[in-house]
Every structure is written in C-alpha cells, then in structure tokens.
Ligand binder design. Sequence first.
Ligand SMILES: [Mn+2]
Length: 324
Amino acid sequence: MKIRPEAQHVADELLRYPACLIATHVNPEGDAIGSQLALALALEQRGIIVHCYDRDGVPDTCRFMPTWERVRTVVPSPAPPLVIYVDADRLERCALSVEELPGAQSFVRIDHHQSTAVGPGLSLVDTHAAAAGELVFEVLAAMQADLTPEIATCLLAALMVDTGRFSYASTTPTTHHIAAELLAAGADREAIVDWTWGRASLSALKLKGLALSSLQVSADGQISWAVLRQQDFEAASASPEDTEGIIDQVRCVAGTRVAALFSEKHGEVRVSLRSRGRVNVAELASSFGGGGHARAAGITYNGSMDEAVAAVLQAIKDALAQIA
Ligand SMILES: [Mn+2]
C-alpha cells in the first residue's frame, strides 16, 4: 500500500519514545478497541512499553481481541512521555486533558472523524477512512511492523464494525484491500463475527421481543415506531443499554421512511430516530433539544410516554409533509 508522508511522520514519532499511553474514546466499540490494541501490539514488537486506557473499559463485544484485558480505566501516574489518542478527535473525547497528563511530552492523534477540534500534537486524520483501523494499518506499514494474526484480528474487527460488515457508504476499495491483507495475515474472522453480531444477553433478546410486539405503523405506512415502558425493562430484567440495535429493526419495516423507538427511564423518555429517506432527523431532534446525524438522531423528552409519542409523531408527520 502507498504510505502517505503524514503516516510516516506519525510512525517515526511513535518509535521515538520508550513508553506510551494509547487512549481511545468513551463508550468504545470495535474500531476504538481494535485500533488501540493493534497499535499496542505493534509498538511492543519494538520493545516499547505500552499502557492502554479507556474510561469505560472494554465492552463484552470486544472481549475476544488479543490482550483486551490490558485496557485500564485509569491513566498511569506519571503519564508516559507519549500519548496517542485513536478514533477520537480530541483528548476530551477520551475523558482526558493535557493538564491531567503531566509528564507527557508528545501527543499523536490517529482518527477519521470530521471535527473542528485542534488537538495537541501530530496527527494522521483522514475523514474518508472507513475506520481508524485503516489508518492504524497504514502507520503499521510505515513502521514495517510484523502483521501477526493477533494484530490482524484487531484491525479486521475495527474495519468490520465501523463499516457494518462492509455495508456502509464509507466502505471503499481501500477498505477491501486492507481487509484482504488482514485475512491473508490470519485474522480470526469467525471470532469477530460471533462476538460482535452472534451473541446477545437473554435480557436484551427478551427486551427486543417486547419492543417488536409493540411495533406500530402510521396509516400511510411511512412512520414505524416501538415503545418500551418501565415495566417492559422490569419484565425482561433489562437495562437501558439493552435497547442497543432495536431501532435498526424498527427501521426495517418495509415502506418506512422514519423510525422511532421510545424508551422510558426514570420519568424521562429516550427517543431514537432513524431516517431512510430525505427527512433530516437531526433537525427534527434539535427542535426537541436533541441532536445527531441526518439519518440517526436522539432526543431526551421530559414528560410522559404518551406525551412524547404524540409530540414526536406529530413532528415526524410535519417533516414528511414538508418534503412531500
Ligand atoms: Mn471509528
């Protein structure tokens, strides 16, 4: 692969220090943890002492990645001379700041997020990269790292998670070229698929069942929604995190242009929104004090479930009428 000068500069900087800290964003997923661990394994090949940090630790879905147990939820004191932050546009996304890291002499950002943040230190940023893992792959090539099966597993997981198994618009020929090299290097595709998409807790599955039984569709078929009340969480022994992914099923209803999932928690109603057409759900969410992206957004509604459903469905109808 062609190595860009920025990637070579970053690789050279990473090899200048005897020890480093690699941090990634809060609430990490496969790209964050996979990129972090792959980089850690490669730097250790050069005898560098590596500390890995994530404020929230490693989620269950990533607990197959080689050496995941090393990730700590506190930073070492004093901090190592080099701090690398991956899949994050600034240290604050990792719940860190320069002031909290006395002793750090150099900072490096490896990231693919669109951002106006001017982070400290050198950076390799490419918003066209489908995953931070693609950029880590390039840095590893620049430092001529040995692409072990362990590193390949971490990086292939990073790519697959951030591209929705190579289905999102962010997937490029480069993504597939890198994936081919990772498979050739011995990446454990089976473990990635099983841990990331092939398992769920009993409570999460029961909660999904309750959500799907509550599915409704508007008379014109353009809006689909599901409702999870406090008693549903109790019946399934489920927590708010177990709603993860349910909105994508609501969105699957044929003919849907906007999907909503309403879930109740301590007197608040969390509303997840998805658009599969021209409705900008970020704009819609912002009228309720929420936010997000054009096709995926969220609202925290202060009020009863019935009020939230009525208000948000009306706003979706208005938005659909405007683009009709
Ligand atoms: Mn990412």
